[in-house]
Design a protein. Structure first.
Length: 161
């Protein structure tokens, strides 16, 4: 398969990493390719880091202040990376993404959701580090809400392969 037969993003996605010849990917496309892959990887790590907090909220595991503080600190750092991963417009690039075009059509609205995420992780980190159980759990609920508020508007329903 050559670059000409499919869109550049699709070509990179379909080619096993070991067979990729980066020289045939145009330099100006690389930021977008790296970006969508890093974007999805980042959110997977975010989700994995949220997991123990979710279990504490649902009382499926006992409240653990140290685990809460560690997870909250990680989430705060991870969330700070998220805005950068939407800097490059990946509309029409032919990649398997759930990022809706609306993100770049309504960047101001999207950025507001992003700021809500950052504020929510700051609050969680502060309350987690202060070992304030009640407020940390409250902050965790608010954080979960910030995730779904953005997803309901700016993320496609379908799963990526
Ligand atoms: C400001 C918007 C926004 C916020 C806030 C947000 N997300 Fe997302 N999330 C997205 C978008 C857009 C995608 C699709 C990315 C893609 O496919 O390129 C996504 C994808 C994901 C994915 C799928 C990753 C994959 O490809 O397998 C998971 C899981 C996820 N987000 C979890 C979370 C969690 C957990 C939070 C809150 C802690 C969160 N997200 C907050 C916009 C957001």
């Amino acid at each position: 398969m050559t670059v000409e037969e499919v869109t550049p993003g699709e070509w990179v996605h379909r080619t096993p990493a070991r067979d990729l010849n980066w020289n045939s990917v145009y330099a100006d496309q690389l930021p977008r390719i790296y970006n969508y892959q890093a974007r999805q990887a980042l959110f997977r790590v975010v989700s994995w880091t949220m997991e123990p907090i979710g279990q504490m909220l649902k009382r499926r595991r006992p409240y653990d202040p140290d685990l809460m503080a560690a997870s909250a600190t990680r989430l705060q750092a991870l969330a700070k990376m998220a805005p950068e991963l939407f800097e490059h417009d990946t509309r029409g690039f032919g990649i398997p993404t759930r990022a809706l075009d609306l993100i770049w059509e309504d960047k101001a609205g999207f950025d507001r959701k992003m700021r809500t995420l950052l504020a929510a992780t700051d609050t969680l980190a502060a309350t987690g580090l202060a070992q304030d159980r009640a407020r940390a759990l409250e902050a965790a609920i608010a954080l979960g809400q910030a995730c779904s508020d953005c997803h309901s508007t700016y993320r496609a329903q379908h799963k990526v392969p």
